[in-house]
Structures are given as C-alpha cells and as structure tokens.
Design a protein around this ligand. Sequence first.
Ligand code: CP
Length: 315
Amino acid sequence: MSTATRPGFPHRHLLGIEGLSPLDIAALLDRADEAVEISRQIEKKRATLRGRTQINLFFEPSTRTQSSFELAGKRLGADVMNMSVASSSVKKGETLIDTAATLNAMRPDIIVVRHHQAGAVHLLARKVDCAVVNAGDGAHEHPTQALLDALTIRRNKGRIEGLVVAICGDVLHSRVARSNIILLQALGARVRVIGPSTLLPPGIERFGVEVFTDMRAGLKHADIVMMLRLQRERMNGSFVPSVKEYFRYFGLDGDKLREARPDALVMHPGPMNRGVEISSEVADGAQSLIREQVEMGVAVRMAVLEALATHLPNA
Ligand code: CP
C-alpha cells in the first residue's frame, strides 16, 4: 500500500474508537480501501508483517472477527497463531494476567484479544510489550467492527457526514453500538438508537444520539438501518416478553423498512438471529449490505495491523 501522503497512525494499540481522532479514522478507512483492492487480486500477499508473530486470543466465540484477523495477518505476511481458550490453561484457572505474561514471554508482535469483560483488553495491553488490538471486550467496544461498518457505508453512500443512521435493537448489551455511536458521530453522522426501554442504556442521550422506543418513528427518513443481535447470553433476567413479541415491534421486516428512505441500506454485524431481530426477506434483500460487511472486515483488519506495524521495533 502506498505510504507517500498518508498521515502516520499515532497509537501503539487499538483498544477502542474512543481516543481516535477523525483524521486517524479517515486514514484507517483510506488504508482499508487499498486493502479491498489487494484482497480482490489473485495474489493477495504483502510483506508488511513478514517475520512478525500475531496471536489471536479469543475468550469468547467468534466466526467473522477471528477468521478475518487470521486472513488479514496472513495476507500481510505474519505468522498467525490462533489460541483456543477452550483447550488452554485458562480452563485450569489461569488468570488473564498470567496468560498474558506467558504469551508475552514468547515474544509476539501483535496480540488480538476478545474477552467477555469490559476493560480486560486495556488491562492486558498494560502487561505485554507488543501491540494489542481489541476484538471486542464485553459490552464496551468493538473498534474494528465500527471501522468496517464505516468503510461499508462510505463505499456505498460516498460519505458519512450528514447521514441519518438508525441503530436498532439490543443497544444495552452492544459493544458494536457503542463503538459505532462514537465513530459515526466523529465523522458527522446523525445517530439514532431504537429499542425497547429495557434494552436502552439509561442516560444514552448523553452520547448525543436521538432515542426512539417506537421503531417506525425512529426509522423515518433513515439512510442506514443498522440492526443489532438480541444478546441473550449477556442477559440475566427478562428484557423482552417473548421473541415473537420482540420481532413484532422491533424486528426489521419489509414493512417497517419502508419507513426509512427508499435508498436506505441495511446492516447487521452478525451473527444474525433470523426471525428475531431481522427477517430473511430483508437480510437477503436488495438493500442488505451484510455480506459486503464481511468482506470489508478483512480489509479493515489488514489496515489496522498495517497501521500498528509502523510502531513495531525495527519497522
Ligand atoms: N460481528 C462479530 O463480531 O462477529 P463474530 O462474533 O462472529 O466475530
């Protein structure tokens, strides 16, 4: 990728969207645009991370994020190790700090971490010598998801500034929502959140978003409809009366989508619960960007790894 006119990325880790400037974000998206072109070629390999070691340490299940970080690292020439927590010493009671110290002793250059506790990735970053990337920490942040969402929007709409983006569903438990709210507002979008009051964090208005508990009202004139998964694994208690009731009021089907602009585009970070938060008709329809989001995921992760590589020793 060309580096002639690109501003340097001034961060050693990527722990969240919080702390990135609009310039940092735009530079990562520009790098990712170039990575899309590389990924569409037959020869996809680059040497940016040749000789480097990348460890993917996932304490929670993942399909998209883990596999795309693996592909991204390999396309940039890194040796990539996927650490399976299910068969690791974490299962024998080893703490996060001890796991981090053990892996650090093997001298990795980059560790990509997903953890069920908010803040765990920040803690780990203080205990290791290498670059750390947050692949999702509890309900806190999922920065590369927000970056890939922004890239998908920018490539389809030509801009982010001034767009009305409606984020719908289980906002309370969503790290994707939090990272997207920060990023999209930093780039000038108008962000709405829509959901039942039980699934909206108290005081969410303080983030500068418009809040709707009526989905049809919230969707009016939206340019982008971003659906969220109902995260039942993070719920201790009853947040919705029933899945059927939830879909009736907050599931995106063709009828509700007609409240948005005619050229509105539909997104979902995955994994999707068809018939819970989104109908198959919409998920597989002409307005859906869901498959394109997956492609952008590899490109954004290549961009992030490449940006962090500039701070590695002997870079
Ligand atoms: N969107 C997302 O983070 O998906 P995975 O859980 O499959 O990584």
